[in-house]
Design a protein around this ligand. Sequence first.
Ligand code: ADP
Length: 604
Amino acid sequence: MAAPRTHRSALALYAVLLVLPTVALGVIQWRHIEREHADELAAVPRDAEDAARRFREALRAEVDALLASESQRGVAQYANYYCPDSTPEGEVTLLPTQLRSEPRPKGVLGWFSFDLAGGDGASLQVFTGGEEPAPEQLADLRRASLELHDSVRSEAWLVASAPVEFGAERLELPVRALAASRAAQGDEDCIEAERMLLANPVRMVAGQFQLRFYRDAQGEPRLVAHRHVRVDAIPQLIGATNCLHRVSEGLGLVQGFFVDLGWWAGILPREVAARVLTKRERFLEHPEGSCEHCADYHADLWLIRDLDVSAAPQDEAFGRMQIAIDTTELDARYHSRLWRFFGMGAMLFAALGTGVALLWRSVEKELEQAARTENFVAAVTHELRTPLSSIKLHAEMLQDGWTTDPAKQQEYYKRIVRETERLSTMVERVLEKAKLTSTTAHPTPCDLTELVDNHVQQLLNWRITDAPDLEFELAEDLPRVWLTKEALHSILVNLVENARKYAPVDFAKPGATPIVIATLATAEGPALEVRDRGPGVPKAQRQKIFDAFYRLGSESTRTTRGTGLGLHLVSLHAASVGARVLIEDRPGGGSIFRVTFKAAPANA
Ligand code: ADP
């Protein structure tokens, strides 16, 4: 038994050596996939902040560009101005500023300019550009500008930022560019009189535009870009007619424009988001805006803080937006990696499993075959040795004259003949098997009942019981079947022999019934049945007992003699004529061995 164990251990070792590294590699790969996914998720906050930074920079660039282009306008553009006409009459005309005719840039609601000292708002000028604004828009702009003008004294931010000295632009403009800012109704004549002074240079300093967010009197949010311009005192105008004397002490001007909040806090961020964000970076205009497949981490954007807009502390949260990262793609990639991994794993395991199973089966088969051969050798040795020793013993006894009794001598001779017959039967069986596996039978249409009937006497003669142990139930008028005489003979003799061997009828027992040999019609075709009252054959062995040399139990435990060839010959013969053999439990105990033959066509 050492060899099978070695075989199995070798196979198990092979399986382990094959499976273990595969499992280990699988675990490593799986952990790698998990870690990769975890890393990708861990990078989400960084990606969100990175997107927010890009967004912030782009937004700031847009706002800066607006302020820069507005700074290009020059101080003089924020007011109408007087111009000495070049006509011979030398009239002075009030020229409208460009801001009355130019198209309004995106984001600008309208421009304004007023004098810091002008308490009643008389100096306030409002411009809406070339397009005709809606009346309510114009009214709103006026109201906002006036409010701003009026709050010059009360709003610290408005005064505090005036004027910016450091880095401020130094300018020199002619007086005519300023005269209109303080001029009153009907000043034309006065200005006409002082026309010579209009060309005098005036020095001034202009600050940078600053953005301020505030709430107006109605609590409405407003965003204003404003700058301060300080005009130096103009000594040349001291003592001039009042219209110009008014500006002789210098001026403080506030200039700027109102920013369209809808553009600044809506259209512009949306445009920037569409331009700078990738597909997976989601722009959430409202922080509570939901994003179904986004990671939990959202990067904050603060319009006020991020764009350096000055505002009251309570307004700093105005226009808070967020950027989130959509993880749909990450998840899909993760799942596809997992599926690929499990698919590959399943395929690998199927391949490995099939390989190991096939190997296992072949080892098992080999072991089975070895056991069977071992069995056969033991059986044949036994089958040969027993008759041979019996023949030798009885022949020697006769030779040595052990008995002179003729009856006894006759018995010895009979014994020798019987044992010789057994030996020759065994040899014939082996030869029959060899012949059957190498030749083809030529079945002809035969009458099954008739062929069985021809054997009745012979079978009864071979009995070892005193009373006949066989009973025949032969059906008349069965269709003819494809058969050969040799096949029927071998099948019948082997089945009956087995029944007598493994289920002998013991007439001493009450209710003992003979072995039944029947021919009958079944749904599959005419059949031959041998029914006994023996121990039966376990279901698991019903296929195997037809294999060559297969015997139930082991040589040491068996009490019956045999080589495991009888049923194998039955199955070979059945197959050679196209018949099928099967074993069934017999109702009431025992087995039924049934051979179903192929019916031959009636005209064959
Ligand atoms: P042998 O009779 O030489 O052992 P067989 O091929 O005829 O070989 O039978 C194979 C095995 O099938 C037998 O060893 C026996 O265990 C079992 N067998 C055959 N016929 C019967 C039967 N009628 N009842 C119970 N077991 C049977």
